[in-house]
Design a protein around this ligand. Structure first.
Ligand code: AMP
Length: 280
């Protein structure tokens, strides 16, 4: 069964379970989001999926007002999964922004090391919005476990470090990237793309796969050279080769590595990444 909570008081009546799994989303649910909820249903007594288009992670020039909102379809998808698992799911759908931010933006959390890099370079306030909303959601829902997608790799790394730094009592779980049949990473922002845009967008996945193969077979220098050539395609906002754990820049391939890319189709920025494991 599903239950809808619109305030903290609504939520509180359900928070007596031994294990609570939280899947934070902005709605417009696709299979990738539903994988988070599926894992939560498998691993927890009670699952909560939040649907909140978080204003603090959008800059003034971004798509906050046009971000796809598909409440009825989302509820239908969640209901189906809840029935499949025969377990209760709470949809936390705050009735207004004040439920999450009683004093507006007064108290924020920032991850200093990564907030201004990669995604943060063009979206300087984005990660402060993400960390702040996630900390609030963890506490409001008393989550034991929280589920995040590897598609947003920088976000995931930042959240994991925040949880350690602030000693939050929640376990962070990462979920593999769910892809369309073509290989394109699923994203709510794929809705902005036409079929021909989607074909162009596949350049991102193809390039990351090629770079991963070069890294494995020929090493870091060859991979960097290939990256430098690939990035001449102006649709790439960046391609970065980093330590998979810390997301620091690397000088040698002696640990697991993540190659992250951001590719622009029209005004839509698309994210993807690939992890290359280091085998001794
Ligand atoms: P969003 O609604 O876009 O903020 O995403 C909510 C959560 O779903 C985040 O943890 C995302 O990383 C995750 N997510 C989004 N797309 C995918 C995907 N294709 N595969 C796995 N997880 C995803």
């Amino acid at each position: 069964m599903i239950h809808i909570a619109r305030t903290q008081k609504d939520l509180d009546q359900y928070l007596k379970a031994k294990t609570i799994g939280l899947s934070p989303t902005m709605g417009n649910l696709h299979q990738g989001h539903l994988e988070l909820l599926r894992r939560s249903l498998e691993e927890n007594e009670l699952s909560i999926i939040s649907i909140f288009v978080n204003p603090t992670q959008f800059a003034a020039n971004e798509d906050l007002s046009s971000y796809p909102r598909t409440w009825e379809e989302d509820v239908a998808k969640i209901t189906k999964l809840s029935q499949q698992y025969q377990k209760d799911v709470i949809i936390f759908f705050p009735e207004n922004d004040e439920v999450i931010y009683p004093h507006g933006k007064q108290t924020t959390y920032s991850h200093q090391r990564l907030r201004a890099q990669l995604e943060g370079e063009v979206r300087p306030t984005h990660f402060d919005g993400v960390t702040t909303v996630c900390k609030r959601l963890f506490e409001m829902t008393k989550a034991t476990n929280a589920y995040f997608g590897k598609k947003d790799y920088q976000q995931l790394t930042i959240i994991k470090e925040m949880v350690i730094d602030l000693n939050l009592r929640v376990n962070i779980h990462s979920i593999e990237i769910f892809r369309e049949a073509s290989g394109l990473a699923m994203s709510s922002r794929n809705n902005y793309l036409s079929d021909s845009d989607k074909k162009v967008a596949l350049t991102l996945r193809k390039t990351l796969l090629q770079l991963a193969s070069t890294l494995k077979q020929q090493g870091l220098s060859a991979c960097r050279e290939q990256r430098d050539k690939a990035i001449k395609n102006k649709q790439f906002n960046y391609i970065s080769i980093r330590d998979a754990l810390t997301m620091d820049e690397i000088s040698s391939f002696e640990q697991d590595v993540v190659i992250l890319g951001n590719f622009q189709v029209g005004s839509t920025r698309l994210l993807d990444n690939i992890v290359v494991e280091h085998t001794a």
